[in-house]
Design a protein around this ligand. Structure first.
Ligand code: 13P
Length: 332
């Protein structure tokens, strides 16, 4: 493990005033996104859409790195240039999603365990040779009747730590993503409790596995009311309770935090991030974004699968990226 290299990549990922663009939707997920605009989920349409994203003018002003799915990582753009080459040329770090998805957790109804550890060392060696600089692994925790269970939290956090260790062995910065899903009618207090239990378990595992913290990026969900709650907490409460929770659970040595948007509206995702950076200026870590939907959703709609809309769609995308960038330094 080259600690200095890991630290230098992590610092580039977290460079101000930028954040990370997640465009690593698996084929079933991108199928849903394309279906929402009536576009067929073919390889050429996936390429067209992702090419639209990475060729958006001035993207690197606001984006330090992009997370790709395996297909895009190996794919050429219509010009014949590989996506990862193009990203390198415009100064954006290429990253790769390496988990194999969240599968049903045995004997635990409605809970998931993320798979993909078998053979991961060999896959990471290959991605590293091909030019990846960082990786992502997403675990999902569901809040519901008597869940999450300890088994779900523990097994997912243990897998995240094992993944992070293998990444660092291959000089790849791990993005460690424990997502507490927004689905449900739960209160913000419940979200705080579950997020805290999850993060405490995660950093306990990370400590056991001797993960190099300055070469690690955390991608958490915010502490927030469930999306079906009738009296959802306001922007200030989300910002305050999220920072309280992170401050109680995270070691100072961690390189930084890049939030997921997790189904928040565009406005929620930017206002929450902005308030955190505005109100809490003395945090030990950088607090930025690693959004997929909150950057892509409006641009996807503006495109609608029509070539003549590409420029308009790119304008929408860069506007979202610019707002997220401002929020990442509390200047929205
Ligand atoms: P969202 O911002 O849409 O939650 O996606 C982030 C991500 O990478 C999910 O793994």
């Amino acid at each position: 493990m080259n600690k200095k290299h890991l630290e230098s990549i992590a610092n580039k990922m977290l460079e101000k005033p930028k954040g990370i663009l997640a465009m690593d939707e698996s084929n079933p997920t991108i199928a849903k996104r394309l279906a929402s605009i009536g576009v067929e989920n073919s390889e050429s349409n996936r390429r067209k859409y992702r090419e639209l994203i990475v060729t958006t003018p001035n993207l690197s002003n606001f984006i330090s790195g992009t997370i790709l799915f395996d297909e895009t990582f190996r794919q050429e753009m219509s010009s014949g240039v590989l996506f990862i080459e193009h990203l390198k040329n415009i100064g954006i770090l290429p990253g790769i999603k390496v988990d194999k998805g969240a599968k049903d957790l045995s004997n635990h109804e409605n809970e998931k365990i993320t798979e993909g550890l078998d053979g991961l060392r060999e896959r990471l060696e290959e991605y590293s040779k091909l030019g990846a600089k960082f990786c992502k692994w997403r675990a999902v925790i569901t809040i519901g009747n008597k869940i999450p269970s300890k088994a779900c939290i523990f097994s997912n956090c243990n897998a995240l730590a094992r993944y992070a260790s293998l990444c660092q062995e291959n000089d790849l910065v791990p993005i460690v993503e424990p997502e507490v899903l927004i689905d449900g009618d739960y209160t913000i207090e419940k979200s705080y409790e579950v997020t805290k239990e999850t993060l405490e378990c995660l950093f306990h595992q990370i400590n056991i596995f001797n993960i190099h913290l300055p070469g690690t990026v955390l991608k958490p969900s915010m502490v927030i009311s469930g999306n079906k709650n009738n009296s959802r907490a306001d922007y200030n409460q989300v910002a305050e309770m999220t920072i309280k929770c992170l401050s109680e659970c995270l070691p100072h040595e961690l390189a930084g935090i890049a939030f997921l948007s997790g189904g928040q509206t565009d406005d929620e995702s930017t206002n929450h991030l902005n308030l955190m950076n505005k109100k809490f200026m003395e945090l030990p870590w950088r607090v930025t974004f690693s959004y997929a939907r909150a950057i892509q959703q409006s641009a996807l709609k503006a495109w609608g699968g029509i070539d003549n809309n590409i420029v308009k769609s790119q304008e929408v995308l860069i506007n979202r990226a610019s707002l997220c960038s401002k929020a990442s330094i509390g200047q929205l």
